[in-house]
Design a protein around this ligand. Sequence first.
Ligand code: ADP
Length: 160
Amino acid sequence: MSIAICPGSFDPITKGHLDIIGRASTIFDKVIVAVAHNMEKKPLFTPQERIEFIEDALKDKNNIEIDSFTGLLVDYARKKNANAIIRGLRAVSDFEFEIQMALMNRRLHGDIVTAFMAANEKYAYLNSRIIKEIAQLNGDVSNFVTPLVEENLKKKFMNK
Ligand code: ADP
């Protein structure tokens, strides 16, 4: 069985992420969406909240598992018997960081392939940070995130 991991912070998940995950799920038998516990990034949402949003967005897909991980991604990927790590590439600016990670991960664990998927041009300018900025300034993010995420962004910023 071919297994791919789509790792990320998903703080929160956007339609750009969902596009990549959806396409990966047509290529691999199983896709694991793995939420990183990366406290350095000072996330807006807790890992549990981020997982809930992903579960809600992907409730109709049956070959997608949602999980979280701490520590090295390659160790997690090995534990899950994954064949590939899928990363989305939006612009040339993503490339430098992504290639560094991919090459380092290959040094650490040569059996796991990192595969890049070109972003959907509809969402190529999207990232979670910009969504949070727009929501904080009361902008409309409904075209970029699910209704549940939109609702929770509003709640979060109302309380701040
Ligand atoms: P990280 O915190 O590791 O940067 P993110 O949660 O931002 O992770 O993103 C996870 C993955 O989704 C990365 O591979 C990233 O390139 C990809 N991604 C994020 N936004 C988009 C988008 N709009 N289109 C395509 N891929 C995206």
